[in-house]
Ligand binder design. Structure first.
Ligand code: GDP
Ligand code: MG
Length: 412
């Protein structure tokens, strides 16, 4: 009788342990059949729900972040913790329109440590791997040759009259984006970057890998919007560029696009006088909040000679030089103009401008959503041929206008 009791208890215990082991024990001890560590995913049947008070080993559901895209490339976003909502919004748009099919990684840069909430939420939003990098103070703060009193004086003077003129942090940001982002340790691992900002939107499905397109077409840089800069942010930039050109004529590319920056005919701007400029720079620049580029260009001796020259002149701090005109001028001077690509088919919104492909058929095929953003007439349309757009000038003096079928476009 005792033996029967022992056997029954033994069987019951085995069933109990088998059940417990299979349903709860795995999260601590066992390995899932595909040999990935078991990680709770509260969206799956049989897993503890976040709404319950179940103990969770990990809050992050398991996902396969293995890169699919074949290029040595990464997304990069310089941002701050308080911009999380905008960062997630941009990520969601870019992931849905492009990256979830390729799973390129994301590198987040900040001169302050990212907090847990930022890390957790952006990791969940990304399809690929995510990296969070602290920008060293020496890459962020004004360099030692900058006179702090002169800087403070200019910040006070510019507070009202210059866009972002009163913010030292904005000057650090422009200085960093001009001469330091590509030197960050994590980015040294990559050839290509895709710059993303919080609160932007990509209007169409990409339907191809833009890194691959640039590489295979022998391009080094891609932009979408090109526009006029506010002159009072860069009073002495062009004269500094002119002295650079005199000192380093050997660095100027024989097939450069300097004419894109120095021509003024109003026929390209609806016959309206452009903003008066006190130099021969017409203020055209590529909007750098969207960039897909090759980091090796920025790491080149040519670019760094250019950047160091501008940095010594002090205008990043004694004026409010933006990284957009600095990148653009460098590209126009130092790069073969045929290596610069206008992405006419992606569609992009960064307040206040919207760019969308002009072809209706393309918009439909690429599922573009080009809804008006503001109630102001000119902001409702794509910016490309807006009065103050520089795109027609790029078509004339840059690499011309390319149509999608010229670049063997693959519609899926
Ligand atoms: N970490 C960090 N990022 C900044 C700072 N200021 C601006 N940014 C980032 O730099 C980019 C440009 O700034 P934004 O405010 O969008 O300027 P705008 O596009 O010129 O209006 C965005 O990605 C911002 O998140 C800063 O002080 N620290
Ligand atoms: Mg922005």
């Amino acid at each position: 009788m005792i033996n029967v009791k022992v056997i029954v208890i033994g069987i019951l215990l085995s069933i109990y342990y088998y059940y417990v082991f299979n349903h709860y024990g795995k999260s601590r001890t066992s390995i899932a059949p595909n040999s990935s560590p078991f990680i709770c995913n509260s969206t799956l049947k049989g897993h503890p729900k976040l709404a319950s008070n179940s103990y969770l080993e990990s809050k992050l559901p398991y996902k396969d972040t293995t890169q699919i895209g074949k290029e040595n490339a990464t997304m990069v976003m310089l941002t701050r913790n308080f911009e999380l909502v905008g960062a997630l919004s941009s990520m969601r748009s870019l992931e849905d329109r492009f990256n979830r099919h390729y799973k390129y990684p994301w590198v987040f840069l900040n001169e302050e440590p990212f907090d847990d909430d930022f890390i957790e939420q952006t990791t969940l939003m990304a399809s690929g791997k995510t990296y969070y990098e602290l920008v060293p103070r020496e890459d962020w703060d004004p360099p030692s040759h900058i006179n702090q009193t002169k800087l403070e004086e200019n910040l006070n003077k510019s507070r009202e009259s210059v866009i972002y003129g009163g913010y030292k942090s904005y000057r650090n940001m422009c200085h960093f984006n001009s001469g330091f982002f590509y030197k960050q340790k994590r980015l040294l691992n990559y050839d290509w970057y895709f710059r993303v900002e919080p609160d932007v939107e990509y209007m169409c499905d990409f339907q191809y890998d833009p890194f691959e397109l640039l590489r295979t077409k022998n391009k080094m840089y891609g932009f979408i919007i090109t526009f006029l800069e506010y002159e009072n942010t860069i009073p002495t930039l062009w004269q500094t560029v002119e002295s650079f050109m005199k000192e380093y004529p050997q660095l100027i590319h024989p097939n450069n696009s300097i004419d894109f920056l120095t021509t003024n005919e109003t026929s390209l701007n609806h016959f309206i006088e452009l903003f008066p400029s006190n130099s021969s720079y017409n203020l055209c620049h590529f909007w750098s909040n969207f960039e897909i580029g090759n980091l090796n260009f920025f790491r080149s001796e040519e670019y760094n000679t250019f950047f160091n020259y501008l940095d010594k002149a002090g205008g990043f701090y004694y004026e409010r030089w933006g990284d957009a005109p600095v990148h653009t001028i460098a590209l126009a001077l130092l790069m073969d103009k045929n290596q610069i690509h206008h992405f006419e088919d992606i569609g992009y919104y960064h307040a206040p401008y919207l760019s969308c492909p002009s072809s209706q058929q393309l918009r439909a095929q690429k599922r573009c959503e080009c809804k008006p953003r503001l109630r102001i007439k000119d902001f409702n349309k794509t910016v490309d041929v807006n009065v103050f757009s520089c795109l027609p000038r790029w078509w004339k003096y840059g690499s011309g206008k390319t149509f999608l079928n010229d670049i063997d476009y693959k519609i899926q």
